[in-house]
Design a protein around this ligand. Structure first.
Ligand SMILES: CC/C=C\CC(=O)SCCNC(=O)CCNC(=O)[C@H](O)C(C)(C)COP(=O)(O)OP(=O)(O)OC[C@H]1O[C@@H](n2cnc3c(N)ncnc32)[C@H](O)[C@@H]1OP(=O)(O)O
Length: 720
């Protein structure tokens, strides 16, 4: 775990714990033993701490967090490194994060290669750097920088870290050779001035202003997260208390955070996100045994809002894009909008003018689908209409080369239906982007009964390359995201006719932690989207939905969203939806009397006596149908594991990560309680099938003791 060797008068402690040199018990022990040995050995005059493999260290071993602490504590190991009279040099490459950076800050010197990054990402796990990081960073760099780094968790590139004073030198060439040279240059020099515990906090005279400004920012940007606030308090204590007292304060705050439910949720999120990348098909094909099709050229069909966003994603990472539209006017408009989005990115310093020009030079706009003959991958992004999509895929089948992967950006239509229009259903796969496609990180990749493993591997790989978080799901109507979200929309509309108003529902859900409530989401995504989907489904079933419709598919149906659509209130884009906006495309949602009156009139027409709806009821009626559907999705194997559903909700619907996602949230509330409430609503609302309790939920709720989320799937086939 830590290899000890000497090179002349230098002892080298090489951390060797693949893949990322986490500071597990054996590493801490190895470092502890190594430094003691080096200090004892009179022939050793300097020490180097270095990481083997791809990185210096990714920090404490997160897998050890919920186990009893064994072996030497990181702070104790660090103290030994600092107290050594022989200079200790940290030689950094890859990432030097969390406990890894704390170890480096205990060393007397830090050198790094230019590509290295340092940071304290603990805050993202709901904790703080608890091995003296909050006390030592503001002693090596300015307290404002320390507050920013520790409260955001951002990685800092080596050149910036040098500027901040965190690094002493950036080296070129072989890191170990350079570290040896550096160690020789400091051999024999007194280490006292390099012991950070003896240094004053930098910028302590500006503490109050810096702290207040940082706190304002944290409250604005990380609303609801506990850890950033506590991180700032810990750094503040570095400036207010002597070093050893500051350490005690840090420890108290660390313990508080470590035992919080937010920390448990964020730790779960860390592993869930990584687990989602390890996809597996029922055939056994998986990320580990399937190679993607090499993609060098791409096509996008549809230059509307989604097509534009998808094209931007591809162009940004250097894929040439053939952009196809049905007529020149729409095509020109689409290209213009793409250019505008890039210009905006340049204005916001997210890209250079040169990079923008390069991206734009990679688009080939055309109204001729034949131009797609040689692309490796094509993404259809036209509006949600089965016949239209099938027609496009019929054409693609004829036009595209046999190896091409044919993707559809449908948000609801089963991939089986779209693929059936081709003679190569194995090449057809869903790539469900979320609007705005160039901003939202989620990519819901969808396989059909025929999709080949290679097509799946290709879109999962594409997702990674374009910076998305990809989750693989099996096809069904609405997939995971919209199938779960759909019930929220239904239930919200029903609560509106029973007595709630859009602003009440949104406030409750925003107070719960959602970044925006469901009514604002509907305005953002477009009231017409839901309308089109509902009416398309009805049409497929030979039903016409009208203002008189009370039941559809045997379910209670609320016509309020349809009435809103008929008034042309399509959401933000028209400046009016469930709210009024300052202008079409505006962002400031204002309560609109026209909507309030529409809702009240609708209730009266329905003969419903409006009533006050409690916060608890709003929360449960918005969340629990989605959770219930989540369990059905697991039962049917549409999602392979609860973690995948939660990942979809963080990135697709901004579900607060510190609550872990709807499935994790359900586990925290207690499945028996969630089940009981779903049964209660089922009794009260028998005409809404989303309240029929899932069988898997029933089985888990009746287990004699709470079943850990990692074992839920073992209950899906059980006969209990
Ligand atoms: C007293 C307490 C003191 C200190 C507290 C801490 O130090 S808390 C830990 C702080 N560090 C982090 O939060 C870093 C977490 N890791 C990362 O950000 C990335 O993993 C990293 C290092 C940037 C590498 O990214 P990359 O994309 O290259 O790899 P990936 O994320 O897929 O990770 C590879 C596998 O390593 C596992 N892993 C990563 N970091 C840790 C860790 N700190 N502890 C345990 N395991 C870690 C990760 O889960 C992956 O495993 P796999 O089984 O392949 O999914």
């Amino acid at each position: 775990m830590v290899d000890y060797r000497t090179q002349g008068q230098i002892a080298i402690l090489e951390v060797n714990n693949p893949p990322v040199n986490a500071l597990s018990i054996h590493v801490r022990k190895g470092l502890d033993d190594g430094i003691s040995r080096a200090v004892r050995d009179p022939s050793v005059k300097a020490v180097i701490v270095i990481g083997k493999g791809r990185t210096f260290s990714s920090g404490a071993d997160i897998k050890e967090f919920n186990k009893p602490q064994e072996g030497p504590r990181l702070t104790m190991v660090g103290k030994k490194l600092e107290e050594s009279d022989k200079p200790v040099v940290a030689a950094i490459h890859g990432t030097c994060l969390g406990g890894g950076l704390e170890i480096a800050l205990f060393c007397h010197y830090r050198i790094a290669v230019k590509s290295a990054r340092v940071g304290f990402p603990e805050v993202l796990l709901g904790i703080l750097p608890g091995a003296a990081g909050t006390q030592r960073l503001p002693r090596v760099t300015d307290v404002a920088v320390a507050m920013e780094m520790i409260s955001t968790g951002k990685h800092v590139p080596a050149p910036k870290a040098l500027e901040y004073g965190i690094l002493d030198k950036i080296v070129q060439g072989d890191l170990l050779e350079e570290a040896v040279k550096f160690a020789k240059s400091v051999m024999g020099k007194p280490v006292q001035p390099c012991r950070l515990s003896d240094q004053p906090v930098k910028g302590a005279d500006r503490l109050v202003q810096v702290f207040d400004a940082a706190m304002r920012q944290v409250k604005q940007r990380q609303r609801g997260f506990m850890a950033p606030v506590v991180c700032l308090k810990a750094v503040r204590s570095a400036a207010e208390l002597p070093y050893n007292e500051g350490l005690l304060r840090e420890n108290t705050l660390f313990t508080e955070l470590m035992s919080s439910s937010q920390c448990a949720a964020l730790r779960y999120a860390f592993f869930a996100e990584r687990a989602a990348q390890r996809w597996q098909l029922p055939s056994g094909a998986s990320a580990a045994n399937t190679k993607p099709v090499p993609v060098k050229s791409t096509g996008v069909i549809g230059a509307g809002t989604m097509g534009q966003g998808i094209a931007i994603c591809l162009l940004r990472v250097d894929y040439p894009v053939i952009l196809v539209e049905q007529n020149q006017k729409l095509l020109d408009k689409g290209v213009e909008m793409i250019q505008l989005a890039f210009k905006d990115a340049v204005r916001r310093k997210l890209m250079t003018e040169d990079a923008m020009r390069h991206c734009m030079s990679n688009i080939s706009p055309t109204v001729d689908m034949q131009q797609l003959a040689n692309v490796d991958l094509v993404i259809e992004a036209v509006y949600e209409n089965v016949a239209l999509k099938q027609d496009i895929f019929r054409k693609l089948d004829v036009i595209c080369k046999p190896s091409a992967v044919l993707c559809t950006n449908t948000s609801t239509i089963s991939i089986d239906i779209i693929a059936s229009a081709t003679k190569r259903p194995g090449s057809v796969v869903g790539t469900h982007f979320f609007a705005p496609a160039h901003i939202m990180r989620l990519l819901e990749n969808v396989y059909s009964k025929d999709t080949s493993a290679q097509a799946v591997a290709t879109v999962m790989d594409l997702g990674k390359k374009i910076g998305k978080v990809s989750v693989l799901v099996k096809t069904c109507h609405g997939f995971v995201a919209n199938r779960m979200f759909h019930h929220q929309g239904q239930e919200a509309a029903l609560m509106l006719e029973e007595g709630a108003l859009p602003e009440h529902i949104d406030k409750v859900m925003e107070d719960f932690g959602m970044s925006i409530g469901p009514m604002k989401v509907s305005d953002l995504s477009g009231v017409d989207i839901g309308w089109r989907i509902r009416h398309e489904v009805a049409k497929m079933e030979g039903v016409e939905l009208t203002s008189q419709t009370r039941f559809f598919r045997g379910e209670r149906y609320c016509t309020l969203p349809d009435k809103l659509y008929e008034l042309g209130r399509l959401g933000r884009k028209t400046g009016k939806g469930w709210y009024r906006y300052e202008k079409p495309g505006g962002r400031v949602a204002m309560v609109d009397d026209e909507v309030t009156n529409l809702i009240k009139k609708h209730s009266a027409e329905m003969g419903i006596e409006r009533r006050g709806i409690s916060t608890q009821e709003i929360q449960e009626r918005i969340l629990y149908p989605a959770i219930n559907e989540g369990f059905r999705i697991l039962e049917e194997g549409v999602a392979a594991k609860p973690e995948d559903i939660d990942v979809i909700w963080w990135y697709g619907f901004s579900f607060p990560r510190y609550m872990g996602g709807p499935m994790f949230h359900a586990s925290q509330v207690g499945l028996s309680k969630v089940y009981e409430r779903i049964c209660y609503y089922h009794q009260n609302f028998p005409y809404s099938s989303h309240w029929v309790p899932s069988d898997l939920l029933r089985k888990l709720a009746s287990a004699p003791s709470p079943v850990p989320i990692s074992q839920w799937m073992s209950y899906s086939q059980s006969k209990l």
